[in-house]
Write a protein that binds this ligand. Structure first.
Ligand code: CA
Length: 244
């Protein structure tokens, strides 16, 4: 398709807004900008952007409010670009539904790569629905068979424990998205396990030993340090292999 993706940049600092806008244009995106939360609301509802690049420190409100606002009715991808570097801030933004989080200062290539990933992920959501229909998730040599509750690498059954299977299957259902530790714990074992990341670390070490060729350099499940885990997307995997 030749129609360009439209990116809304919500950023009050003129120089940064201009910088992001320029690099996006060079990379073949259309851009629109908002310099306050109020302006952002108008742009979001009247200009139908394909993705939002969001600064959290806005003059009239906390950018987190914008994530909440959008997530009430839409899965529109949101990438936070913020000077806030604490893990707590990242976790909060991701839990409210941001797709990704980049800290300032950031590299041009990094921003473009994250935007492309988020857009691809948004498009892959339909194919995630196909996972829901067929019961099969596939990325590279990894297959999750949700009907049989089994996981295969290269066609060979990987014998996971029940807890290991639960973690991998949850990540597979949300492939491409970082799931926070607390979210995973709450989904799988209820709110009482909140903060007990040790369970996840132990299970993840075992999972990686079973599914990854080199557990130290995982290809299927990535760690976002201090935040959570992310399963590779099917399309991401194919692209990587194509480019070899
Ligand atoms: Ca700001």
């Amino acid at each position: 398709m030749s129609i360009k993706d439209k990116i809304l940049i919500i950023e009050d600092e003129k120089s940064i807004s201009h910088f992001i806008s320029t690099i996006l244009s060079v990379n073949n995106f259309d851009t629109i900008t908002a310099k306050s939360g109020a302006e952002a609301y108008t742009m979001i509802t009247s200009h139908c952007p394909d993705l939002i690049v969001l600064d959290l420190g806005l003059p009239d409100m906390d950018g987190l409010k914008i994530i909440e606002f959008v997530r009430e009715w839409s899965q529109l991808p949101i990438i936070v670009v913020s000077a806030r570097t604490l893990e707590r801030d990242k976790v909060e933004a991701l839990e409210l539904g941001a797709d990704d989080y980049i800290t300032k200062p950031f590299g041009t290539n990094e921003l473009i790569a994250r935007i492309k990933t988020a857009l691809r992920h948004a498009r892959a959501r339909n194919s995630n629905e196909s996972v829901a229909n067929t019961g099969i998730f596939k990325a590279g040599d990894l297959v999750i068979d949700y009907n049989k509750r089994q996981i295969y690498i290269n066609g060979e059954n990987v014998h996971l424990t029940q807890n290991e299977y639960k973690i991998v299957s949850l990540l597979g259902k949300c492939a491409g998205k970082v799931l926070t530790y607390d979210y995973i714990l709450k989904e799988l074992w209820g709110p009482a396990t909140k903060g007990n990341n040790q369970i996840l670390r132990v299970n993840m070490a075992n999972i990686r030993r079973k599914i990854e060729k080199n557990p130290a350099e995982p290809k299927y499940i990535f760690t976002e340090v201090g935040v959570g885990y992310r399963m590779v997307e099917s399309s991401e995997f194919e692209q990587e292999n194509e480019s070899k």
